[in-house]
Design a protein around this ligand. Structure first.
Ligand code: URA
Length: 252
């Protein structure tokens, strides 16, 4: 008789992952063993429902992810093929990251813009160049010490704000990405990154100035570099935040 243990392992991993992600219950009643295993192998994805004419299909955010790879390269490859939310229909490409995979610092931004969507790299426009300049002022660079990514891996059409279900759908990628890069600290730039990483729905101004935590990692919060380009008066505050970050990185 065929050894079924690997199938049972896959089902157990799926169920454990669903619990970790806070997903709702999975009802297997009425399914045969083969159907349950096929469902587990498909990451618990339900069969696509026919669309009603004239409606915008909702993002399939209820979908559990297939078990996330433990290797960075495989995680990246899986993310590059992601179709978990509506943004996969309008993006040019997934923008996963840039910088050093063994970095001490991970900078987390909001979402790719037009330049990033075109190149596949985060923070390559004017805001990104300004960010590089500011990081260089405290001797940090994506060449060796910094890894950069975003809360959303795909560009929202017209650079609109990320929607809550898009942030939720993308969160497991970010979470695993941060776990595998395993930096010493995180720098959240802008409100969406700050609120996502701290889990606090407070204005950025209230979140700045103290060290928060994300899954055991220290998080420093600051303004988005695009906001600094619009409001030069905030550059001093950004500088202060970089000093706090420096202290965190130096273990002060
Ligand atoms: N703004 C962001 O938040 N991320 C990018 O990658 C580019 C602009």
């Amino acid at each position: 008789m065929k050894d079924r243990r690997p199938d049972a392992v896959a089902v157990a991993r799926l169920l454990r992952q669903r619990v970790e992600m806070g997903a709702g219950p999975l009802f297997l009643e009425g399914l045969s063993r083969e159907e349950a295993i096929a469902l587990a192998e498909a990451g618990g994805r339900p069969a696509p429902r026919p669309e009603r004419p004239g409606t915008v299909p909702p993002s399939p955010t209820a979908r559990p992810l297939p078990v996330l790879p433990e290797s960075y390269e495989r995680l990246r490859d899986a993310a590059l093929a992601c179709t978990r939310c509506r943004l996969s229909e309008t993006r040019t490409q997934v923008v996963f990251s840039d910088g050093a995979v063994d970095a001490r610092l991970v900078v987390v931004g909001e979402a790719p813009g037009a330049n990033e969507d075109a190149t596949g790299l985060p923070f390559v426009g004017a805001a990104g160049q300004f960010l590089d300049l500011l990081l260089a002022s405290v001797d940090l660079s994506r060449r060796d010490t910094v890894y950069i990514c975003n809360v959303l891996k795909c560009r929202p059409p017209g650079n609109r704000n990320p929607l809550p279900d898009e942030i939720e759908a993308c969160a497991p990628w970010l979470e695993k990405q941060l776990e595998l890069v395993s930096p010493r600290a995180l720098l959240a730039v802008g409100t969406f990154a700050a609120q996502s990483l701290t889990g606090k729905q407070q204005p950025l101004g209230r979140l700045r100035g103290s060290v928060h935590a994300y899954r055991g990692l220290p998080v420093v919060v600051t303004y988005h570099p695009a906001a600094l380009l619009r409001n030069a008066g905030w550059t001093r505050a950004f500088w202060d935040d970089l000093q706090l970050l420096r202290e965190v990185l130096d273990g002060a």
